[in-house]
Design a protein around this ligand. Structure first.
Ligand SMILES: Nc1ncnc2c1ncn2[C@@H]1O[C@H](COP(=O)(O)OP(=O)(O)O)[C@@H](O)[C@H]1O
Ligand SMILES: [Mg+2]
Length: 198
């Protein structure tokens, strides 16, 4: 299978299962971690990522379907399209990105790295959320606020951010509280980003 991506955590390969395009995300060994810690950690992260994907589907958020689950790897539907980062971020897509995040948060799903690099637009213009590799289940307002803040920083454009927020507001069950926390986090100027925790 062809290698399509190699991040800090995982290797991604694409292939075909009968007629369907698939992507296999394999959590690779980290040599600097002792085996006794590395193996259970990678197993746990793989399991959580699969659980988050299936919870997101229940939250009415478009995510790749899971075709198979191994100890360290997830085989999923391949999205034929491009990253939102590399596509034209229309107001409709930005608003839907916000709505999707609110739906996830309403069911206590934290994405952990919600940026245009982890959203994909397929050939029909449908928006998908990918990469729950840094996600978690949490009701914590701080975790929700940080998900929003990462998108704000990644967009770096006030107007685009406002459109995204409008979409979030339409479905969030605790918009005011999350916004209050976001103000707190920004004032403090310091927050824990899971993406940086290793
Ligand atoms: N289901 C998928 N369909 C198509 N491409 C995918 C899919 N999942 C991941 N990719 C591609 O692989 C890249 C890395 O996958 P991702 O899950 O984001 O892992 P990483 O932790 O390395 O960021 C993505 O940026 C995207 O280009
Ligand atoms: Mg990614």
């Amino acid at each position: 299978m062809r290698l399509i991506g190699k991040g800090a955590e995982a290797e991604l390969r694409e292939g075909r299962f009968i007629t369907e395009g698939v992507v296999v995300k394999n959590r690779i060994e980290k040599k600097y971690r002792i085996k006794e810690i590395d193996v259970p950690l990678r197993k746990k992260r793989t399991k959580i990522e699969a659980r988050l994907l299936s919870a997101a589907k229940k939250a009415r958020v478009k995510v790749p379907l899971i075709y198979g689950l191994g100890e360290f790897e997830i085989t999923m539907m391949r999205i034929e399209g491009k990253l939102l980062r590399d596509a034209r971020a229309t107001p409709l897509l930005l608003k839907l990105a916000g709505t999707y995040l609110a739906r996830l948060h309403n069911l206590s799903i934290i994405h952990g790295d919600y940026t245009p690099a982890n959203l994909m637009v397929d050939s029909k213009g449908e928006l998908f959320v990918i990469d729950f590799g840094l996600g978690s289940f949490s009701k914590d307002l701080e975790d929700k606020a940080v998900d929003i803040l990462l998108m704000k920083k990644a967009l770096g454009d006030e107007k685009q951010y406002r459109t995204f927020l409008k979409g979030y507001e339409t479905e969030s069950k605790e918009f005011g509280r999350v916004m209050g926390q976001l103000t707190e986090v920004e004032k403090r100027g310091r927050y824990v980003v899971r993406a940086m925790q290793g």
